[in-house]
Design a protein around this ligand. Sequence first.
Ligand code: GLV
Ligand code: GLV
Length: 302
Amino acid sequence: SRPKVFVTRRVPEDGINLLKEHCEVSQWNSDDAITREELIRGIKGVDALFCLLTDKIDEGILDAAGDSLRAIGTMSVGYDHIDLAACRKRGIPVGYTPDVLTSATAELTVALLLNVSRRLGEGVEAVKDGSWGTWSPLWMCGQGLDGATVGILGLGRIGLAVAQCLKPFGVSKILYSGNSEKDEAKQLQAEFVTFDELLKKSDFVLGCCALTKENIGLMNKEAFSKMKKTAVFINTSRGGLVNQDDLYEALKYGEIFAAGVDVTSPEPLPTDSSLLSLSNCVVLPHIGSATMKARNAIFCTD
Ligand code: GLV
Ligand code: GLV
């Protein structure tokens, strides 16, 4: 008989049709995230799970699946929501969707960087609410990329693509930190440095790394205090990389110039979160990979 697959969200029809050619598909057919109870119900007895980054796949869920579960696929490049050790123990391979979303996510990272560093959101507001009086020499000045040093936390696929996008803006130096030196860095003349050195020297610090046990809360009070007061922080990786209370303080008290984050913890942020009260902080709703092309590729490549 055909393998049974459980899909945890409403996804494009083409993707479902692709699965249906080979499998018996059951689905949480909603635009809202599946609850843990429904996930436990849905995963019981299936051969495979097709999930999203909003689904926490831990021991409890794997136990609920029983012995039938043979594969997991996630519609994301990040897999920090899946307990990989637990999957490995059970011999369950985990698939993910790198590459197809690299350009889209790099593009969003650059867009957010430019938005925040050149204060686009503030400017748009000022035009709308009439607080823009006249063209003014020192008003709305931000930070430019020309001649700047850009520090990338994690020069993986996305970090590398971001570096390539930024080079033509006249960036003078690209630094990166992480677990190891990367061959691909050479063509960009990107320099491998310690985390501390990256913080101290960079005009822009960009979170482009995967979230791991080791880097949870990496961007904390101490890290922000080492950055330049004129520096801009951008995060398009995972919210867990940042201690958000410390980010708030750093922005509020001028430890850094501004920040833009596409990812937070939790998601969404409660609308009364202190971070949302700041004029020098832009928070986006996790839309890094949200181009039609990338999302179609995530669901429909085989
Ligand atoms: C998005 O955050 C992804 O991991 O694909
Ligand atoms: C700005 O618009 C300028 O003309 O310098």
